[in-house]
Design a protein around this ligand. Structure first.
Ligand code: FES
Ligand SMILES: [Fe+2]
Length: 371
């Protein structure tokens, strides 16, 4: 066994310096999912996003609120306090905050000093998600919340899940853009032997990175064969994996009988939102919403597909957790040799690097800037 040639090794290390990794600063000026809508109510929810400790709740009119989870007095976590109507009372000395984070009462004195408070963060509720903004508040444009219109459309039915991933969000995005691991990581779930060598197309534009892989004809794994009835070995499986934003990745797939003209048969479609929200450099909130446009009324299909998919996604979580163990260990000599199929992931990581390090854009060779 030997190291790669010195020239290759140095080239890979040079390339890595322009690609985001676990140590790259977070991109704050973006929307990230902080919770499923159903998680927020009249109880305090404690969560960390982009390294910021948050306490979240809903006001009596149903509005979602996110505040920094740190009292202005002595930094006691506000999540250990109590919600009194729409005000939050610190559990240490009782300072009271309104929904905008302003301190409105100091119980130990007659008057409340003006101008004391804690940060609150813009939130937008869209379908099953509550999106939060942790960057410059003046740039928080609701129109920039990543669109997921099918999640509010009666022609699709969805289920949702969550992993507290001990891995970084860059590696999760890379894993999702890389469809060649299916034959190996998912050999016992939804990977098939023909998958890694199937032809694919790549598109990169305006901060979106998309790879489409066509496996035709193929035998579908049980998770797709059973609900679609395509049990034979001449099915078509067309999968698109798309990085849409630092906080959203969408994987879509279509299945049909490859021996019948597409227009003459049902085409079964699924879409899965993979929603990474960085928690810390080495941990990620991994929200998942899986949707299908067939067997809408069949709760048994929902249960079956959810069980099968979560088994597969757990395989990715296990891989990323093992990977994080290596990546978290400082190693100035580390090198990662990219192979042909890494093209979209490398472009995506260069984009993230350029976004996270705006002053370094000029040295981020090949970085794709977002319009
Ligand atoms: S630390 Fe919150 S009131 Fe003192
Ligand atoms: Fe995977």
């Amino acid at each position: 066994m030997s190291l790669p040639q010195t020239s290759l090794l140095r080239a890979s290390q040079k390339a890595m310096r322009t690609m985001a990794d676990r140590n790259t600063p977070f991109i704050n000026d973006e929307w990230y999912v902080v919770a499923f809508a159903g998680e927020l109510g009249p109880a305090l929810l404690k969560r960390t996003a982009l390294g910021i400790r948050l306490v979240m709740f809903r006001t009596q009119d149903g509005s979602p609120i996110a505040m920094e989870d740190r009292c202005a007095h002595r930094s006691y976590p506000l999540s250990a306090g109590t919600l009194d109507g729409d005000t939050l009372v610190c559990g240490y000395h009782g300072l009271r905050y309104d929904r905008a984070g302003n301190c409105i009462e100091v119980p130990s004195q007659q008057t409340c000093p003006k101008g004391i408070g804690v940060r609150t963060f813009p939130l937008i509720e869209s379908g099953p998600f509550v999106w939060g903004w942790f960057g410059d508040p003046s740039k928080a444009d609701p129109a920039q919340v990543p669109a997921t219109p099918w999640l509010e459309n009666g022609e699709w039915v969805s289920s949702q899940d969550y992993f507290d991933l001990r891995g970084n969000y860059v590696s999760l995005h890379e894993n999702l853009l890389d469809l060649t691991h299916l034959s190996f990581v998912h050999a016992r779930s939804f990977g098939t032997p023909d998958y890694s060598r199937a032809p694919y197309d790549v598109e990169s534009k305006d901060g979106c990175f998309r790879i489409t892989r066509s496996v035709v004809p193929t035998r579908l794994p049980p998770v797709w064969a059973q609900p679609t009835g395509l049990h034979h070995d001449h099915a078509a499986r067309i999968t698109t994996s798309e990085f849409r934003a630092p906080g959203l990745h969408v994987v879509s797939a279509r299945f049909y009988d490859a021996d019948v003209p597409v227009n003459n048969q049902p085409v079964f479609e699924i879409k899965t939102c993979h929603v990474p929200t960085p928690q810390t450099q080495g941990s990620t909130h991994y929200f998942i919403v899986h949707s299908r446009n067939f067997a809408l009324q069949d709760a048994g299909v929902t249960v079956f597909m959810r069980e099968q998919l979560m088994t597969a996604f757990r395989e990715d979580v296990d891989v990323l957790t093992r990977l994080e163990d290596v990546l978290a260990q400082p190693d100035p000599e580390r090198y990662d040799i990219s192979i042909a199929s890494d093209g979209p992931a490398v472009a995506m990581r260069r984009y993230l690097f350029a976004r996270a390090s705006p002053n370094n854009v000029s040295r981020a060779e090949g970085a794709i800037t977002r319009q």
